[in-house]
Design a protein around this ligand. Structure first.
Ligand code: GLC
Length: 795
């Protein structure tokens, strides 16, 4: 396709490589991130995922060697030969990734005659032939490789041996591991080889495919049906650095409002108004914390977006105001499909402004969704996004606190949108093939910008469809799962891979959307939900009730226990988001992200880390009364419930009665805690609790962040930052905890600090030399200090 290498030329951080047939560009973005680009389509377009490309290439050289162009950055050597064959090596000369020189050797799909039609007649979905790819990049596969990322794909954590497609798809049948597509398209993966990690990001919005050794175990490959060859190599060597590099390109999720980390209750649908109020009242009466209630499609007037059904909600403003007084924020669904209905302002405005996608002849394109005949706003156009953004005010003026964008793959009930549906795409017309995968992304972006303008607060948007980079605008959920144990099990690798794909704010429908939940399943799912960034219980119309109290007292008590634990942990989760906004690291993580040195962590599907220090090993199998837990090597781990200490690098068996979700704290950790409240902001938090798990020796630091929890003032310095250094003497005689306020910008700082120090028996405790009263309950020593300073614990 490219032919022999003819020469190269450097210009700034770019190197243009000339081949017999074509030219390619290699761009040094940072010493560890290199972009490979070939403009196959005539039009040059800015990336839809990368909005602010910050280049810091460092010093690098370009030379020729053995008939190849050789680029050396501060971290990598990139060799480019004939046919644009590339090899990437680390500084020690070890090959990280190398193009496969052979030809594609797909496995054979045998079939004959009318078999395909017959199988289809019975309802089987067979694929005799796949869409033809415009290009495919094939890399040599080594024996011991592991693959992660690719967004929310079904199946297990390690994607080796599987083939996936990026084409946003609304498929309500039970999600199983054979699904190649789902609602989101994030064409990015991380590879792990010889304990070194690197990633590939294919920035192409057309249908793309990723074959991670399914077609042939000698190579892994990615390609797309159209568009440009435009991909990035992102070096680690740690998986954390790869995620950091990827989010350096596509952006991190902004710090959310604190209440969005509280418990959220959804249902299709809480109508009429009385039912919504009844649910709200039950939460408070039953002493189960909850911050958000959702309104699904039935609150609208005939499914017309930005309207209210006045029979079900005669005075929505009043309803929402009353709920707000009880501490509830209301989130409403807004789908993209605009009902075809003359006289309905949104439709009329859309028609007058030419805001809808059109067919190939330029006529507004019509398909069917909830409201019947409906049109699709062309979110690829800036003008349409501004209009849609402005419409958000209709909702916020009524008192709505967040917007839920659904059906934005986009979904359609009357067959898929044809390839030739046209989008304006800011003056560079594009067809559906190019826009499909970014339709939801652009919708979420418009919603985010509208909410930001209307409220001045950090917007809360939740979207089902997304592309790489959507994390800058929205949280996501994994769509229509079902109340199946298999779906609880699968949600863990799905969320872990979403996190590795740059989407930290994610969750599943807790309890399952379709099918009927059971008492035991809800109890176990709530235990997982308590640690997932988005903690939202949701279920479908006509399924049995799924609120925390719907299954009787035992389940209700378990739900209450874990929802309360979640509220205790809010400052820990918020600290993680504060860090994530800078480094892109997810909250819910596969064990390998922190413990890459330990290969036994590489394929653990049913445990996860919440941040650096909290390991959760939930029960995801019906009836399981004990489970094996792997504790990564190199740390001691403390059972959160019993305070028993275990050495890492081993499997242990943990008993798991229904109310116990096994949780382990990495020794050395400091976990900040808040008092339990019914909702965020019920009472001002004047005391911060620090749950300290001292290591046997050495120093561990923890930084805690605090701000107003809702505005953007933190970006102008209105926040406090506290640092806690815990130093164990090593002689077993003293522990010092130094607490320091590193940044003071938020006036409502804490008035006191309550320390819970685990597994010690002090003789005396002093703060700056003054004695401090304490209690020692056996496992835990508790004391409170009124100011920051150095605490010395004599053992
Ligand atoms: C879709 C959504 C689901 C929602 C339903 C009705 O199936 O995924 O969450 O409840 O539509 O709006």
């Amino acid at each position: 396709m490219f032919g022999k290498l003819k020469g190269f030329q450097q210009q700034g951080s770019s190197v243009t490589i000339r081949f017999e047939q074509k030219a390619a560009t290699v761009d040094i973005i940072t010493p560890g991130i290199v972009r490979f680009f070939v403009p196959f389509t005539a039009k040059q377009q800015p990336s839809k995922a990368i909005e602010q490309l910050q280049k810091t290439p460092g010093s690098f050289t370009v030379r020729s060697g053995n008939g190849e162009a050789v680029i050396e950055t501060e971290k990598l050597t990139v060799r480019i030969g004939d046919d644009f064959r590339t090899t990437v090596l680390d500084k020690d000369g070890r090959v990280l990734s190398e193009d496969d020189p052979g030809t594609a050797a797909p496995f054979i799909r045998r079939g004959a005659g009318e078999g395909l039609e017959l199988a289809a007649a019975e309802g089987h979905k067979l694929e005799a032939e796949r869409n033809k790819l415009k290009f495919q990049v094939r890399k040599k596969m080594e024996h011991d490789m592991f693959f992660y990322g690719l967004g929310e794909k079904t199946g297990h954590l390690n994607k080796k041996g599987y083939h996936y497609k990026m084409w946003n798809t609304d498929d309500p049948s039970p999600h199983v591991e054979s699904f190649e597509t789902l609602y989101k398209s994030i064409p990015f993966f991380i590879a792990l080889k010889d304990r070194q990690a690197f990633g590939y990001f294919l920035d192409n919005t057309y249908e793309s495919v990723f074959d991670l050794g399914k077609e042939n175990s000698n190579y892994y490959a990615f390609g797309a049906v159209d568009g440009n060859l435009d991909y990035y190599f992102i070096y680690g060597p740690s998986a954390k650095e790869v995620v950091g590099g990827y989010t350096h390109l596509t952006g991190t999720a902004p710090l959310p409002q604190l209440w969005t980390l509280g418990y959220q209750q959804c249902r299709w649908a809480y109508v009429p108004e009385q039912r919504l109020r009844e649910v709200a009242e039950t939460f408070r009466r039953k002493d189960i914390p909850c911050d958000a209630l959702y309104l699904d499609i039935d609150y609208m007037d005939g499914y017309r977006v930005f309207t209210w059904d006045k029979k079900k909600f005669p005075d929505p403003h009043k309803t929402l105001q009353d709920l707000r007084e009880q501490g509830f924020k209301v989130v409403t669904i807004i789908d993209p499909g605009v009902k075809k209905d003359k006289g309905y302002p949104i439709y009329d405005q859309g028609m007058a402004g030419h805001y809808f996608a059109t067919d190939k002849d330029g006529l507004p394109y019509v398909n069917k969704v909830w409201p019947g005949d409906a049109l699709y706003p062309d979110f690829s156009s800036h003008k349409v996004r501004s209009w849609w953004a402005a419409n958000q005010k209709i909702m916020t003026d009524t008192g709505v606190s967040g917007i839920w964008n659904d059906m934005n793959e986009p979904a359609s009930f009357n067959g898929p949108l044809p390839d030739d549906v046209q989008f304006q795409h800011d003056g560079v017309p594009a067809d559906h093939r190019e826009i499909h995968n970014v339709y939801g992304h652009y919708m979420a972006k418009a919603t985010y910008e509208g909410l930001k303008k209307a409220t001045g607060k950090r917007p809360f948007v939740i979207t089902r469809a997304c592309y790489a980079g959507t994390q800058k605008y929205s949280t996501v959920w994994t769509g229509d799962n079902q109340s199946l144990w298999e779906h609880l099990r699968m949600s863990l690798p799905m969320l872990m891979n979403l996190g590795l794909s740059g989407v930290p704010f994610c969750g599943t429908d807790v309890g399952g959307f379709g099918f009927d939940c059971t008492a035991e399943l809800l109890a176990r799912w709530i235990q997982v939900g308590a640690f997932t960034p988005l903690f939202r219980n949701h279920s479908s119309i006509y399924t049995r009730d799924q609120e925390p109290w719907a299954f009787g007292e035992q389940t209700e008590a378990i739900c209450r226990k874990y929802i309360k634990l979640r509220y205790r942990l809010l400052p820990y989760l918020y600290d993680l988001f504060h860090q994530e906004e800078k480094n892109g690291l997810p909250l819910i993580r596969p064990l390998l992200l922190n413990d890459q040195h330990d290969p036994r962590t590489y394929e653990i599907n049913d445990e996860f880390l919440c941040g650096d220090d909290l390991l959760v090993a939930p029960v995801v199998t019906q009836g399981e009364k004990a489970r094996a837990v792997y504790l990564p090597e190199g740390s001691d781990w403390v059972d959160y419930w019993t305070k028993t200490v275990y050495k890492g690098g081993q499997y242990i068996i943990r008993e798991t009665p229904l109310d116990v979700c096994p949780i382990y704290i990495r020794s050395g950790a400091v976990i900040p805690l808040y008092p339990v409240q019914h909702y965020v902001g019920e009472q001002p938090v004047t005391e911060l609790t620090l749950d300290v798990y001292p290591a046997r020796k050495g120093i561990r630091s923890y930084r805690h962040y605090q701000d107003d929890g809702e505005s953007f003032a933190y970006r102008k310095g209105a926040f406090n930052l506290y640092q806690f250094d815990v130093t164990a003497g090593g002689d077993g005689k003293t522990i010092r905890i130094s607490a320091e306020k590193k940044h003071a910008g938020y006036e409502k700082g804490y008035r006191s600090f309550r320390f819970i120090v685990n597994q010690i028996h002090p003789a005396a405790i002093t703060l700056e030399g003054e004695p401090v009263a304490f209690s020692d309950s056996g496992n835990q020593t508790v004391f409170t200090v009124k100011k920051t300073g150095e605490v010395t614990i004599q053992l």
